[in-house]
Design a protein around this ligand. Structure first.
Ligand code: ARG
Ligand code: ZN
Length: 883
């Protein structure tokens, strides 16, 4: 690392702020060329750090700002009294308590990072989390500085008729002689600056209201660009359901008179929970059946809930520092997952969440960027909005819920709010509240916060016919991760059941107990090796382990193929029925990858085909569940199970297995398709399951590429009403060389070219085609008039779709895919470091590939690290990947 390499920040160096800010009074003068920000702060020395007053300088954060004036208690400071650095403003000798006035200028129209104050579709918008507020004004930009805000906005009344900020509207002027108008917002709740928001522009809104359980009426508004009002129904309904759910399940009520959401087209992430003024990526608000898929609808519901839930878990109680990010994100993801489970099918949701965890978090946790859910250090905090902090963080909260039970967990949550409302706290404070409310000792459990890596459970079972006992031996281990060569044993909740030979659950009594405790129970695994002995087991059982995926671990158990088909058919735990099929499928497919490598003929096991046959023809099964159970493990998941990922082998073998399944089940797939294929009126309910099973059947049939399947597929593309069905058909055609493919893509574009979110689908479908010409097509799509490199959604669709969603083409042995990605990373680095950093992460797993591919990827990473003007965001990921 050279001298100019950005420095890491460490959790162990945390110190409370030397100064506190009680009130913030902001005035924005929004302009086309220059925006002026006047900030009046009421500051005082922090008694915790400076008990005798203020002997230390005040260092405010600030980036890319032009300082216009600076005054303390009304007196303009002399140049000798302060210093401006590239990222700070230091006031050398401030009094113990004072009013600071800072006037700065900035140019939001030149801000392509989409952090701080920026322009989107001609409007003004902010994104301050994590450290964007320092691009708006000089400030103590850290979450443990909480203040009350008053925000005044002045702007051209015609160009910016709508002026929004946090809290309640307290004043609004009519247009003056200068054509400008002014509004003032006041937020009564103290908050950290990362929750500040401002929006100004031409926006329309839909309005509704919600009466809280204590009888207060809250105005609900969703602001969108004109023309999108008709796409807000689902988001509004989701918001009201979220408000009701949080009252019922957590006893938490909304606290302001108005709750506003603004949807913008240019946004780095999914959405942001600014107090009273959530800002969303349009992708998670706009939805109509013709233009959004079922997945999109579920995404809107989940993200609206997530941001709403942050009002308590994140805003009312916030993070002391950014190492504690999982305090709010893990908890809030767990809350939105449970919300979606309560509204929809619980097992189907759990399966989807676990698939996501395995697809993204497990690889992260075993690669060069592995970090605990509470990281120890970072260079750029934006790089730590990771699937580990979010999704593994949610699993950790879920385990607490499992260990304490729903009632104990609720007691813990109640105590957490009782103690910490209005504070900025730590993950440890959260765990302590859970312990103190229930008396449960979570000291060992805390290792989930400090250790990285995915623990592995090795379980073996032994039946003793004489003693009618069944012994389970459980061993746990966790592989090393960067900076953590050795791991201490975790406290793991192991939910399990034992199935008798008829498939029924056996009552579970440990030898040390007098009476059985149910037929499904949670064991506390705490040792490196531990034995659990069950009594009164009448015959050799088949264990159903880690029910509901009770811990984010990898499980190894020596099941026979027959055990797995037995569990697929009989387990009372739906998640484990699905899991057994995935385990069997993984085993068989990996065997085929070896067969292929050894030049042996490929053949799919008869038993597996029969098991799939049973699922497809089981009328009692939920359709969505059946679709998940009939889906083979993904290429990515299969790759994770190999020491060296055989990209081509996996792709070919999985394709082969799909064809073999389709050929074996062809008639049943056809009749399933026909039975479910009616063009039914759209609804977000059981119809989602019907559509997924129907499209699963169509996918298998299309793998045969016979005339009948193609006709059904083309017919569905042309006639379907729901976007889910249109996209499913288009995605299948997209992998073929049929003449109908190009025609369908062209028609789709013509139909939807004015809907940016649908055009994103068009880009990503093409980027994910398995056809050999895909990279060339992706390159030429970069020049398509609808592609904009400054728009994150477009980048994620086209570049992300190719490099992250098309293993066989991205990892082409020529290395051309790697060069393409590195080119894009370097372009994006200068425009939007956060987006560039998300793209460079796609190289992080380079060591999992063969030597030739490793050499190519390494060369591109080195090229990136050596590039001039590298952002800390990209530098951190690229350099850590090479370590
Ligand atoms: N707190 C937001 C959420 O999870 C995420 C915003 C993160 N943005 C960022 N640029 N790091 O809902
Ligand atoms: Zn969040």
């Amino acid at each position: 690392m050279d001298k100019s390499a950005p420095k890491a920040i460490h959790l162990k160096d945390y110190a409370p702020p030397p100064y506190l800010i009680d009130t913030v009074d902001l005035t924005f003068d929004l302009g086309e060329e220059v925006t002026r920000v006047r900030s009046s702060l009421q500051l005082r020395a922090n008694p915790v750090r400076l008990p005798d007053g203020a002997p230390v300088p005040l260092v405010l954060d600030g980036q890319e700002l032009k300082l216009v004036s600076l005054a303390i208690d009304g007196r303009t400071l002399e140049p000798a009294e302060y210093a401006i650095g590239p990222e700070s403003l230091t006031i050398f000798d401030p009094p113990a308590a004072f009013a600071l006035e800072v006037e700065t200028e900035l140019k939001p129209q030149e801000n392509t990072s989409l952090e701080g104050l920026y322009r989107t579709s001609g409007n003004f918008c902010t994104q301050c989390e994590a450290e964007g507020f320092r691009k708006i004004t000089y400030f103590l930009d850290r979450p443990d500085v909480m203040a009350r805000y008053r925000t005044t906005i002045t702007a051209d009344a015609l160009k910016y008729p709508v002026l929004l900020s946090n809290g309640n509207l307290v004043a609004a002027s009519k247009m003056g002689h200068d054509g400008r108008h002014t509004v003032t917002w006041e937020d009564p709740f103290a908050k950290p600056c990362y929750l500040f928001a401002l929006v100004a522009g031409v926006l329309v809104h839909v309005e509704d209201s919600y009466v809280t359980r204590s009888g207060r009426t809250v105005t609900l508004r969703i602001y969108v660009e004109p023309g999108n009002q008709d796409k807000c129904d689902h988001a509004m309904r989701s918001l009201k359901k979220s408000m009701a759910w949080d009252e019922n399940v957590y006893g938490l009520e909304y606290d302001l008179d108005i709750f506003m959401i603004v949807a913008v087209g240019d946004f780095n992430m999914g959405a942001m929970e600014n107090k009273g003024l959530n800002v969303f990526n349009t992708k998670y608000i706009l939805a109509r059946p013709e233009s959004a898929t079922d997945t999109d609808f579920l995404g809107v519901e989940a993200v609206v809930a997530h941001e709403y839930f942050h009002n308590w878990t994140g805003n009312r109680v916030t993070c002391r520092d950014w190492f504690q990010l999982s305090l709010k994100e893990g908890l809030t993801v767990f809350r939105d997952q449970e919300f979606s489970s309560d509204l929809n099918s619980r097992p189907v949701k759990r399966i989807a969440d676990v698939q996501r965890l395995r697809a993204a978090q497990f690889p992260e946790d075993s690669g060069p960027m592995a970090h605990p859910i509470r990281p120890d250090s970072y260079i750029e905090i934006n790089n730590f909005y990771t699937t580990t902090v979010y999704e593994k963080g949610a699993e950790v909260v879920r385990m607490i819920h499992t260990l304490l039970g729903a009632e104990g967990y609720r007691k813990g949550i109640d105590l957490y709010f009782e103690r910490h409302d209005g504070q900025a706290v730590t993950c440890d404070d959260f765990v302590a509240a859970m312990e103190d409310a229930t008396g449960k000792d979570l000291s060992q459990f805390r290792r989930w916060y400090s250790q990285a890596g995915t623990p592995e459970l090795d379980i073996s079972g032994e039946y003793d016919g004489h003693g009618r006992t069944y012994r389970l031996t459980v061993r746990q281990s966790c592989p090393p991760s960067p900076g953590q060569p050795v791991k201490q044993p975790y406290h793991i909740p192991l939910a399990l059941g034992l199935l008798d030979p008829q498939g029924a659950d056996i009552p579970l009594r440990l030898k040390t107990e007098d009476v059985p405790k149910g037929t499904s129970r949670v064991l506390d695994v705490t040792e490196a090796e531990q034995v659990f002995e069950f009594a009164d087991v009448p015959a050799p059982p088949v264990p159903s382990l880690l029910r509901g995926f009770s811990a984010p671990v990898k499980l190894r158990m020596s099941y026979t193929d027959d055990d797995l088909t037995f569990l697929m058919a009989n387990d009372s735990d739906a998640f484990n029925r699905w899991e057994a099929g995935q385990t069997l499928g993984t085993r068989l497919l990996l065997g085929l990858v070896e067969d292929r490598a050894a030049g042996r003929p490929l053949e799919l096991s008869r038993g597996f085909l029969d098991a799939l046959d049973k699922i497809l023809n089981d009328p009692a099964l939920d359709h969505a569940f059946a679709a998940q159970a009939l889906t083979l493990p993904s290429e990515g998941y299969l790759g994770q199970q190999m020491p060296v990922i055989d990209v081509d082998g996996i792709h070919e073998v999985r394709g082969f297995a799909r064809k073999a399944i389709a050929a074996h089940l062809r008639d049943d797939l056809l009749s399933t398709y026909r039975a479910l294929g009616g063009n039914e009126p759209f609804a977000i309910d059981a119809a989602i399951g019907r559509r997924s099973l129907k499209n699963l059947a169509l996918g298998y049939l299309m793998s045969l590429e016979d005339a009948e399947a193609v006709e059904l597929c083309v017919g569905q593309f042309h006639n379907a009403h729901a976007m889910t069905d249109v996209i499913a058909a288009l995605g299948l055609l997209n992998d073929t060389h049929l003449p109908q493919r190009d025609a369908a893509l062209a028609r789709f574009y013509e139909t939807w070219k004015n809907e940016p979110l649908v055009v994103d689908k068009w880009f990503s479908i093409q980027a994910m085609s398995e056809r050999p010409e895909t990279l060339a097509e992706v390159r030429s799509l970069l020049n398509h008039p609808a592609f904009e490199i400054r728009n994150p959604n477009k980048v994620y669709a086209l570049i992300g779709g190719f490099a992250g969603g098309n293993a066989v083409r991205f990892h082409d042995s020529s290395g051309a895919g790697y060069e393409f990605l590195a080119d894009q990373v370097l372009t994006l680095n200068g425009l939007n470091p956060q987006v560039a950093s998300r793209m460079v992460k796609l190289f992080a797993r380079w060591r999992k590939y063969d030597d030739r591919r490793q050499a190519f990827m390494r060369a591109q990473l080195e090229r990136i690290v050596g590039a001039p003007n590298l952002s800390p965001d990209v530098f951190e990921i690229a350099s850590k990947s090479l370590q």
